[in-house]
Design a protein around this ligand. Structure first.
Ligand SMILES: Cc1ncc(COP(=O)(O)O)c(C=O)c1O
Length: 426
């Protein structure tokens, strides 16, 4: 154990999980430089955050310029240009009509905001979520989270009136026989309808909350037809459809938002991660009309929409837009899948999935996935897992990564995975 790791272990509590104990000294583009002199390719983006890479000169300039002018005043006390400019810019890229933005500091906070907004403005309490979803770790958001039961361990009663419906994912579906996505979708939607018949009256439902692509749950895209049916159902029963786009937003999926890619407009979106370009920033986005019903003073935040975070977010959005990175996300996804091809026939690999620049390789167990990740790191490629059992390796490159770096990184992963798959435990 390095001195640094020993120091870290002394002062940080064990509750904080860790993928690695790497000591990062600095980041530049898609590269991380460790304190002991290694240069590591970052295919995590710090869990889907640094969409334009580390220390992009335009983002750094915006952050330093803003820090010199004003670091904090609180949006409740006074207004400032960077937050208004970012909200205006967001309104030009969000799905039609979603042009009013409440800024918070994180994804979980955005989800908390969405719970409050939907409950208060509908006068209803029930929230329907989908098994396998991850929405954050604060108490409200953790109630909506079902990707792993450990996120609730020992925390007692969480929020009341949260109902969990199945998410279409054929590899982990309760249906007894192997089936395709179409059959899985039909089964999940029928279960949801049964829930409204037996467990929660439709007129009690404030919101249907879903990640269009399960993130922490394993990079699993809900079929567009399923999301369309949710849209119709929400409208029919007078509930609000909330897309949690914390991980999918800001160009990651090959559209600004997954909502646009699948052609379904939700009533509310939650954003964070890439939104702040590396600084803490989250947002609840809805129509002006909806926001007009959220009563003044019933929600707020001291730090939400901090001037420096908003300047960072605005510069990041401009880089994504000006450098054509939304379209590039799809290209990167295709490259990654192409490079993973040699693994396809391996018996330990269950599936390769791609949705824009969200790519996943699902193995048949956690040990194999973790070993492949560890072997990649030995080859100086940083990757992280996801999935209900951490059995999925996810690839989240910066949207401006050099093609050559990405191809080499993916090849290193393939080599690493092959090296450990030989004789891996069943
Ligand atoms: C879809 C989704 N929602 C919410 C969150 C919570 O975000 P945060 O960790 O910023 O609270 C995450 C984090 O991984 C996420 O992926």
């Amino acid at each position: 154990m390095s001195d640094f790791e020993a120091r870290a272990r002394r002062v940080l509590p064990p509750v904080l999980g860790h993928y690695t104990w790497l000591e990062i000294d600095r980041g530049e583009g898609s590269w991380l430089f460790t304190a002991d002199g290694r240069r590591v390719l970052d295919l995590t983006c710090g869990i889907a955050v640094t969409a334009v890479g580390h220390a992009h000169p335009k983002v750094v300039k915006a952050v330093t310029t803003q820090a010199q002018r004003l670091m904090h005043i609180s949006a409740g006390v006074a207004k400032y240009e960077s937050s208004i400019a970012l909200a205006e810019a967001l309104a030009t890229i969000t799905p039609r009509g979603l042009d009013s933005v409440f800024f918070g500091n994180s994804g979980a906070e955005a989800v908390e905001g969405a719970i409050k907004l939907t409950r208060q403005t509908t006068g209803r309490e029930a929230i329907i979520v989908f098994r396998g979803g991850f929405h954050g770790r604060t108490v409200g958001a953790a109630t909506l989270t079902t990707s792993k039961s450990q996120y609730r361990r020992g925390y007692g009663a969480l929020l009341p009136e949260v109902y969990v419906a199945p998410f279409p994912y054929p590899l982990a579906c309760a249906l007894p026989e192997a089936h395709d996505m179409e059959a899985c979708e039909a089964h999940c939607f029928a279960e949801l309808e049964m829930m409204l018949e037996h467990e929660v009256p439709p007129e009690h439902v404030a919101a249907i909350v879903i990640e269009p692509v399960l993130g922490e749950g394993g990079y699993i895209a809900a079929p567009a037809s399923f999301l369309r049916r949710l849209r119709e159902l929400a409208t029919k029963i007078g509930a609000l459809l909330v897309f949690d786009e914390v991980q999918t937003g800001m160009g990651r999926t090959g559209a600004w938002f997954a909502a646009q890619k699948v052609g379904v407009t939700p009533d509310v979106m939650t954003l964070a991660k890439a939104l702040g370009g590396g600084l803490p920033l989250g947002a609840v986005v809805a129509t002006r009309e909806r926001m007009e019903h959220w009563r003044t003073g019933t929600h707020g935040s001291t730090f939400g929409g901090n001037p420096v975070s908003c300047a960072s977010g605005l510069a990041t959005l401009e880089v994504i837009r000006d450098e054509g990175l939304v379209a590039r996300a799809e290209v990167l996804g295709t490259i990654m899948v192409e490079e993973l091809a040699p693994l396809r026939s391996h018996p330990r690999l269950r599936e390769i999935r791609q949705f824009g620049a969200m790519v996943a390789a699902e193995f048949d167990n956690k040990t194999v996935a973790k070993a492949a990740i560890a072997a990649s790191l030995e080859r100086d490629v940083l990757l992280i897992s996801c999935g209900f059992h951490d059995q999925v390796v996810r690839f989240i490159p910066a949207l401006n990564i050099k093609e050559d770096d990405l191809r080499k990184g993916m090849r290193s992963f393939v080599e690493a995975a092959r090296s450990i798959l030989v004789g891996a435990p069943a």
